[in-house]
Design a protein around this ligand. Structure first.
Ligand code: SIN
Length: 418
């Protein structure tokens, strides 16, 4: 193959790779429509103008295999002819330089890149553990692997990141268990059942045992491999009015994550649910589109939700936890010795995450109190009993989605009807 023909091929591959990830300006696919991806920057075809500067696929996994076959040819004419000619010349020249340089000294192979996306702030247990994994993975592989951590929905919002993982546009996520139901893992909805876990130990017993293993396995037919569970903690509610009795929920629009159980929970309390990405919650509370929301103290504090809400109820009515998941094809294609090192790095990052989550939870609650912006109320036993009764029908409804096998494996079902 001549140098120019090779450079031609490189341009096409780079085009394909960029199509499946994001362009230089940080834009990314929004939806698939008849094989056409609409970029957020608004260009409704395969090649988005800012991408023309991006020659390098950031990861081998994001190449032709993830682009639908019927779209491949559509990519070719999408580069303007002059740009294409310029790129080919540029790559050919660059390759020539490399070849010359290579005769003097061999070039180091480029590292394998793992793009790790998540939707919370870096200053949370999950955010810190993602960085710990990066540090351990990079140092233990001697730079053969580079982990790029994208926190705070920088790359993708809640639902998008799951699609991005399946398509191979990112390789790793730590997503909440609630959101995994959308990936064919309806049994993960069990973790959203209200008042299911009396304490952290009960939650840990559920994920650390055979149930955790079998749930992660259920993701594999969807091209996802589950590697670990990461902790966050118990959720509380915030609103611009006190939430003590069940009647206080009536008529409020409350944000929950995309989970059928959480939607049922809000309806059982007499509220209207609103499912939206975490990154939008603060703005929606500010504008009045939402009246309240449920989350953990760490997420509430780090997202600044206390700035736009007046009341917080320490209800501990639900649990927020994560699964660390990877694109299965990417993971299995890694050289075995690197994969083993990465698994070790993830094990250590997991131990770290699970060891700091509880302390972070209490610290965040203290900070929320100290902020003076919210009035805090802790549910009394009487109020908690009233909430449980109101939410009990959720258990019945959940039997439509969660397998009997998973329900039977859970340690306690306190709110469940007999
Ligand atoms: C997360 O903690 O990753 C997200 C939780 C949420 O969407 O509320």
């Amino acid at each position: 193959m001549t140098l120019v023909a090779w450079a031609e091929k490189a341009v096409v591959s780079a085009t394909l790779a960029s199509t499946n990830s994001r362009c230089e300006a940080g834009t990314k696919f929004q939806q698939r429509r008849q094989g056409v991806e609409t970029h957020i920057c608004g260009t409704p075809h395969f090649w988005c103008a800012p991408c023309t500067t991006r020659l390098q696929a950031s990861n081998g996994n994001m190449t032709m295999n993830t682009a639908p076959p019927d779209t491949r040819n559509a990519l070719r004419p999408s580069l303007p002819a002059t740009t294409r000619r310029y790129l080919v010349q540029w790559i050919a020249a660059a390759a020539l330089c490399c070849a010359v340089a290579g005769s003097v000294s061999a070039t180091a192979p480029s590292p394998i890149i793992i793009q790790f996306s998540h939707v919370v702030k870096p200053d949370t247990a999950k955010g810190k553990a993602a960085l710990r994994f990066k540090q351990l993975a990079e140092s233990r592989t001697g730079g053969k692997v580079r982990v790029e951590v994208y926190p705070d929905s920088q790359l993708y919002k809640d639902r998008e990141e799951l699609d991005a993982l399946r398509l191979g546009a990112v390789q790793m996520l730590a997503t909440s268990l609630s959101k995994l139901a959308g990936l064919g893992g309806d049994d993960f909805l069990a973790f959203d059942l209200p008042f299911l876990f009396p304490d952290r130990a009960a939650y840990r017993a559920a994920v650390d045992g055979p149930l955790g293993v079998s749930l992660l396995k259920k993701l594999e037919p969807r091209g996802i491999k589950g590697l670990a569970f990461w902790d966050n903690g118990f959720k509380v509610f915030t609103a611009n009015r006190p939430l003590q009795g069940v009647a206080d929920f009536k008529g409020l629009k409350i944000r929950v994550q995309a989970s059928k159980v959480l939607v049922a929970q809000m309806r059982a309390l007499g509220s209207q649910e609103s499912v939206s990405p975490l990154i939008d919650v603060r703005a929606d509370l500010t504008s009045g589109k939402l009246d309240g929301q449920e989350n953990t103290p760490t997420n509430i504090y780090t997202q600044g939700l206390h700035d736009v809400q007046s009341h917080l109820t320490v209800s501990n009515h639900g649990y927020l936890a994560y699964a660390v998941i990877v694109n299965k094809a990417f993971w299995e294609k890694l050289p075995a010795e690197l994969r083993a090192i990465l698994e070790g790095a993830l094990r250590d990052a997991t131990t770290f995450e699970n060891s700091i989550a509880e302390a972070d939870h209490h610290k965040a609650l203290d900070r929320l109190k100290a902020s003076g912006k919210l009035t805090l109320h802790t549910l009394t036993p009487h109020e908690a009993a009233q909430w449980r009764n109101a939410m009990a029908p959720v258990y019945q409804e959940a039997r439509n989605w969660i397998s009997a096998e998973t329900l039977a494996a859970l340690p306690v079902l306190p709110g469940a009807p007999p």
